[in-house]
Ligand binder design. Structure first.
Ligand code: SF4
Ligand code: SF4
Length: 177
Protein backbone atom coordinates (compact mmCIF):
# COMPACT_ATOMS: atom_id res chain seq x y z
CA UNK A 1 0.00 0.00 0.00
CA UNK A 2 1.29 3.45 -0.93
CA UNK A 3 1.02 6.12 1.72
CA UNK A 4 0.41 9.73 0.78
CA UNK A 5 2.67 12.08 2.65
CA UNK A 6 1.40 15.60 2.97
CA UNK A 7 2.51 18.33 5.25
CA UNK A 8 0.48 18.40 8.44
CA UNK A 9 -0.74 14.83 8.07
CA UNK A 10 0.82 12.08 10.09
CA UNK A 11 2.06 9.66 7.53
CA UNK A 12 1.38 5.97 7.61
CA UNK A 13 5.13 5.47 7.73
CA UNK A 14 5.51 7.33 11.02
CA UNK A 15 2.64 5.40 12.54
CA UNK A 16 4.48 2.20 11.75
CA UNK A 17 7.15 3.25 14.18
CA UNK A 18 10.26 4.45 12.34
CA UNK A 19 10.29 7.51 14.60
CA UNK A 20 10.44 5.24 17.60
CA UNK A 21 14.00 4.49 16.56
CA UNK A 22 16.41 5.82 19.15
CA UNK A 23 17.79 9.29 18.41
CA UNK A 24 20.64 11.10 20.14
CA UNK A 25 21.32 14.79 20.73
CA UNK A 26 24.84 15.98 19.82
CA UNK A 27 27.22 16.01 22.77
CA UNK A 28 30.60 17.52 23.61
CA UNK A 29 32.06 14.51 21.75
CA UNK A 30 30.58 15.97 18.56
CA UNK A 31 32.07 19.40 19.32
CA UNK A 32 35.43 17.77 19.90
CA UNK A 33 35.45 15.73 16.70
CA UNK A 34 34.00 18.65 14.65
CA UNK A 35 31.52 16.51 12.75
CA UNK A 36 33.65 13.62 11.53
CA UNK A 37 30.49 11.85 10.31
CA UNK A 38 29.34 14.98 8.44
CA UNK A 39 32.72 15.27 6.72
CA UNK A 40 32.51 11.69 5.45
CA UNK A 41 28.98 11.70 4.02
CA UNK A 42 25.70 13.55 4.66
CA UNK A 43 22.93 11.72 6.49
CA UNK A 44 19.76 10.46 4.80
CA UNK A 45 16.43 12.28 5.01
CA UNK A 46 13.16 10.67 5.98
CA UNK A 47 10.33 11.73 3.61
CA UNK A 48 8.72 13.54 6.55
CA UNK A 49 11.90 15.64 6.99
CA UNK A 50 11.42 17.01 3.47
CA UNK A 51 7.65 17.48 3.92
CA UNK A 52 8.23 19.40 7.15
CA UNK A 53 11.02 21.63 5.85
CA UNK A 54 9.31 22.36 2.53
CA UNK A 55 5.56 22.46 3.13
CA UNK A 56 3.31 21.98 0.09
CA UNK A 57 -0.02 20.33 -0.69
CA UNK A 58 1.67 17.65 -2.76
CA UNK A 59 4.72 15.79 -1.55
CA UNK A 60 6.19 16.06 -5.08
CA UNK A 61 6.13 19.87 -4.70
CA UNK A 62 7.97 19.59 -1.37
CA UNK A 63 10.65 17.53 -3.10
CA UNK A 64 10.98 20.01 -5.96
CA UNK A 65 11.26 22.90 -3.49
CA UNK A 66 14.04 21.04 -1.67
CA UNK A 67 15.91 20.35 -4.94
CA UNK A 68 15.59 24.01 -5.98
CA UNK A 69 17.63 25.06 -2.94
CA UNK A 70 20.50 23.06 -4.53
CA UNK A 71 21.25 21.72 -1.07
CA UNK A 72 19.45 18.41 -1.43
CA UNK A 73 19.80 15.64 -3.97
CA UNK A 74 18.62 12.14 -4.83
CA UNK A 75 20.90 9.17 -4.20
CA UNK A 76 20.22 5.43 -4.23
CA UNK A 77 21.28 2.14 -2.74
CA UNK A 78 24.08 0.87 -4.96
CA UNK A 79 22.93 -2.72 -5.39
CA UNK A 80 19.49 -1.72 -6.55
CA UNK A 81 18.34 -2.17 -10.10
CA UNK A 82 15.99 0.68 -10.80
CA UNK A 83 14.63 1.33 -7.31
CA UNK A 84 15.65 2.18 -3.78
CA UNK A 85 16.15 5.92 -4.12
CA UNK A 86 16.22 8.41 -1.26
CA UNK A 87 17.02 12.06 -0.59
CA UNK A 88 19.90 13.50 1.36
CA UNK A 89 21.78 16.82 1.71
CA UNK A 90 24.21 17.53 -1.13
CA UNK A 91 27.94 17.22 -0.70
CA UNK A 92 30.03 20.36 -0.98
CA UNK A 93 31.10 20.96 -4.57
CA UNK A 94 28.07 19.12 -5.99
CA UNK A 95 25.34 21.58 -5.03
CA UNK A 96 22.54 21.54 -7.60
CA UNK A 97 23.29 18.03 -8.92
CA UNK A 98 19.90 16.32 -8.71
CA UNK A 99 20.97 12.65 -9.04
CA UNK A 100 24.21 12.11 -7.20
CA UNK A 101 25.32 8.61 -6.21
CA UNK A 102 28.25 9.67 -4.02
CA UNK A 103 30.31 7.48 -1.72
CA UNK A 104 32.13 10.25 0.08
CA UNK A 105 31.89 13.99 0.64
CA UNK A 106 31.34 16.70 3.20
CA UNK A 107 27.76 17.70 3.92
CA UNK A 108 26.71 21.07 2.58
CA UNK A 109 25.22 21.96 5.99
CA UNK A 110 28.45 21.49 7.94
CA UNK A 111 30.03 24.74 9.15
CA UNK A 112 33.07 25.34 11.33
CA UNK A 113 30.72 25.47 14.30
CA UNK A 114 28.88 22.26 13.40
CA UNK A 115 25.60 21.56 11.62
CA UNK A 116 23.76 24.68 10.47
CA UNK A 117 20.39 22.91 10.78
CA UNK A 118 18.51 22.77 14.07
CA UNK A 119 18.34 19.32 15.62
CA UNK A 120 14.67 18.86 14.66
CA UNK A 121 15.28 19.66 10.99
CA UNK A 122 18.31 17.41 10.55
CA UNK A 123 17.99 14.36 8.34
CA UNK A 124 16.63 11.39 10.22
CA UNK A 125 19.78 9.26 10.08
CA UNK A 126 21.92 12.13 11.48
CA UNK A 127 19.85 11.89 14.65
CA UNK A 128 20.24 8.12 14.97
CA UNK A 129 24.03 8.28 15.39
CA UNK A 130 25.18 7.70 18.95
CA UNK A 131 28.08 10.08 19.71
CA UNK A 132 31.08 8.11 20.83
CA UNK A 133 34.78 8.55 21.56
CA UNK A 134 35.53 5.60 19.33
CA UNK A 135 36.36 6.00 15.68
CA UNK A 136 32.92 4.70 14.66
CA UNK A 137 29.71 6.22 15.98
CA UNK A 138 27.05 3.55 15.61
CA UNK A 139 23.56 4.23 14.27
CA UNK A 140 20.49 2.90 16.03
CA UNK A 141 19.41 1.66 12.59
CA UNK A 142 20.87 -1.80 12.87
CA UNK A 143 20.55 -2.84 9.24
CA UNK A 144 21.89 -1.38 6.00
CA UNK A 145 21.01 2.28 6.50
CA UNK A 146 20.71 3.19 2.82
CA UNK A 147 18.43 0.27 2.05
CA UNK A 148 16.39 0.86 5.20
CA UNK A 149 15.76 4.50 4.28
CA UNK A 150 15.22 3.75 0.58
CA UNK A 151 12.49 1.28 1.52
CA UNK A 152 10.74 4.05 3.46
CA UNK A 153 10.98 6.35 0.42
CA UNK A 154 9.60 3.57 -1.77
CA UNK A 155 6.39 3.70 0.28
CA UNK A 156 5.65 7.34 -0.59
CA UNK A 157 3.48 8.50 -3.46
CA UNK A 158 6.47 9.91 -5.38
CA UNK A 159 8.70 7.90 -7.67
CA UNK A 160 12.09 9.53 -7.11
CA UNK A 161 13.57 7.87 -10.20
CA UNK A 162 11.26 9.87 -12.47
CA UNK A 163 10.25 12.65 -10.10
CA UNK A 164 6.58 11.97 -10.66
CA UNK A 165 3.61 10.95 -8.55
CA UNK A 166 3.02 7.21 -8.59
CA UNK A 167 -0.31 6.23 -10.05
CA UNK A 168 -1.51 2.72 -10.71
CA UNK A 169 -0.85 3.39 -14.40
CA UNK A 170 2.76 4.52 -14.10
CA UNK A 171 3.52 1.79 -11.55
CA UNK A 172 2.40 -0.71 -14.20
CA UNK A 173 4.46 1.09 -16.84
CA UNK A 174 7.59 1.03 -14.69
CA UNK A 175 7.17 -2.72 -14.20
CA UNK A 176 7.11 -3.18 -17.97
CA UNK A 177 10.15 -1.06 -18.83
S1 SF4 B 1 28.05 11.61 15.94
FE1 SF4 B 1 30.13 10.86 16.26
S2 SF4 B 1 31.27 11.34 14.38
FE2 SF4 B 1 29.38 12.53 14.38
S3 SF4 B 1 29.93 14.51 15.25
FE3 SF4 B 1 29.17 13.24 16.96
S4 SF4 B 1 30.95 12.23 17.82
FE4 SF4 B 1 31.55 13.06 15.82
S1 SF4 C 1 22.72 17.60 8.03
FE1 SF4 C 1 23.97 18.34 9.71
S2 SF4 C 1 24.22 16.58 11.07
FE2 SF4 C 1 23.53 15.79 9.11
S3 SF4 C 1 25.40 15.27 7.97
FE3 SF4 C 1 24.84 17.37 7.43
S4 SF4 C 1 25.99 18.68 8.81
FE4 SF4 C 1 25.98 16.60 9.68
Amino acid sequence: MISLIRNGLKSEISKKGEYQMKTYLPTEKCTKCKGRCCRQMPGICHPDDIARMFPANLFLDSINKALKTKKFCIDWYEDSHGGNHYMRPSVKGSEGVVYHPAWYGECVFLTHTGCSLGFETRPFTCKTLKPSDDKECISSIEENEKLFMAKIWDKTDVDLRRLQIRTQENIKRSLIF
